[in-house]
Design a protein around this ligand. Structure first.
Ligand code: CP
Length: 308
């Protein structure tokens, strides 16, 4: 049994195998008769609990569909409707759920909730996003990049805006998959030093460049994300927008990257804020492939967790 808690906590060889298996399962579903699919029994007779303490569209639907495609069943649970949201401890919740289900995916707030769930669970636990990281998203993003441009190793990724939880998982992936990452954004929103250090220790070139035009020079991939995350105070919205406006990804900024540089955004987006519709709907944008690949990448993650 394996927990999928974070990219830097998962063996790099296993991560590579998951990306390759995700791509193979995706290809197998294109134009193949259902009976010929090798993944449709992988989770037969398995029950997966999907716990959401925060809103979700992609994570909720892609996990639900992924489990069903592999022959399993899901129960989608809202944190506030569980005793977890009314004082029951995480440890007790984990021990009880382990008696009912075969795997737990949780989207939550503080990462200690995730790690405590994993510590007390007898079944695999998957990180569906915490305030600190979002590893499933970046598994999908690596798969998406490689589908379009081949191996991501040695490439230059530029993260624009807020060094948030998604950026953190991109830094973890830089170290594990061997690419470089430049962060461009205001100093107040820099990614955590610890995460940049981890990537550097693995040999990745991690750069902070305040000038977004300089940052995107030579970029193979430019990434934007919402300027105000779910865990950010809404009262800080105006201040954040003022700080982040120079980092908007628009056609002019993209013109400084490589001509074939891809554009990614994990969605949901605030169009015309962190990125313009011209870029999001433009020829270099792969945002909807990213969303689709949540499904395929997470299927591989779940198989790895259960060893099936
Ligand atoms: N990218 C992402 O995690 O989307 P949801 O919040 O809709 O799940």
């Amino acid at each position: 049994m394996n927990h999928f808690l974070d990219i830097h906590k998962t063996d790099a060889t296993d991560l590579r195998a998951m990306i390759d298996q995700a791509g193979a399962m995706k290809q197998a579903r294109l134009g193949r008769p259902k009976a010929a699919l090798d993944d449709e029994q992988a989770l037969k007779d398995r029950m997966v609990a999907l716990i959401f303490e925060k809103p979700s569209t992609r994570t909720r639907v892609s996990f639900d569909v992924g489990v069903r495609q592999m022959g399993g069943q899901t129960m989608v649970l809202s944190g506030k409707d569980m005793q977890l949201g009314h004082g029951e401890t995480i440890a007790d919740t984990a021990r009880v759920l382990s008696r009912y289900v075969d795997m737990i995916m949780i989207r939550t707030f503080d990462e200690t909730i995730l790690t405590e769930m994993a510590e007390y669970s007898d079944v695999p636990v998957i990180n569906g996003l915490t305030d600190r990281t979002h590893p499933c998203q970046i598994m999908a993003d690596v798969l998406t990049f490689e589908e379009h441009r081949g191996p991501i190793a040695g490439k230059k990724v530029v993260w624009t805006g807020d060094g948030n939880n998604v950026c953190a998982s991109f830094l973890h992936a830089a170290g594990q998959f061997g690419f470089d990452l430049t962060f461009t954004g205001p100093a107040q929103l820099d990614p955590e030093e610890e995460f940049m250090g981890l990537a550097r220790q693995k040999g990745s070139k991690i750069v902070i460049e305040r000038d977004p035009h300089k940052a995107v020079e030579g970029a193979d991939l430019v990434v934007a994300d919402t300027w105000v995350s779910m865990h950010d105070s809404q009262s800080a919205k105006e201040r954040r927008h003022n700080m982040l406006r120079p980092y908007q990804v628009n056609t002019e900024l993209m013109s400084h990257a490589k001509p074939d540089a891809l554009f990614m955004h994990c969605l949901p987006a605030h169009r015309e804020e962190e990125a313009t519709s011209e870029v999001m709907d433009g020829p270099n944008s792969v945002i909807f492939d990213e969303a689709e690949n949540r499904l395929h990448a997470q299927k591989a993650v779940m198989r790895w967790c259960l060893g099936v």
